[in-house]
Write a protein of this length. Structure first.
Length: 105
């Protein structure tokens, strides 16, 4: 994913590859493979990063997308379906939203 980091360098987007576990409402604990911070980024950047992350991750991996752009938050779940992936949850927090996507259905 180094090439992806270089592509978005200086554009208010960061990718953290530290695995962590989150407790999603109605689902329970889920291991997150990486986190993509799109706070401050507008369309279509979060959507493009979602497409790239689905391409990069292994089947079954979950990634977290952080966004404060309402339009992006609305479109990501349907984009996940188009990418043959599963939208697990969208959680609102103080900074914006955390969207959890699992590669594969």
């Amino acid at each position: 994913m180094l090439w992806l980091k270089r592509l978005w360098r200086g554009r208010k987007v960061s990718i953290t590859e530290v695995k962590h576990v989150v407790d999603l409402p109605g689902i329970g604990p889920v291991e997150v493979a990486c986190s993509v911070d799109c706070l401050g980024a507008v369309c279509p950047r979060p959507q493009l990063l979602t497409m790239q992350m689905v391409e990069e991750l292994a089947d079954g991996d979950v990634f977290e997308l952080l966004s404060d752009n309402p339009t992006s938050v609305e479109t990501i779940p349907s984009l996940a379906m188009v990418l043959c992936s599963s939208h697990l949850a969208t959680v609102r927090d103080a900074d914006g939203w955390r969207i959890y996507i699992r590669k594969g259905l």
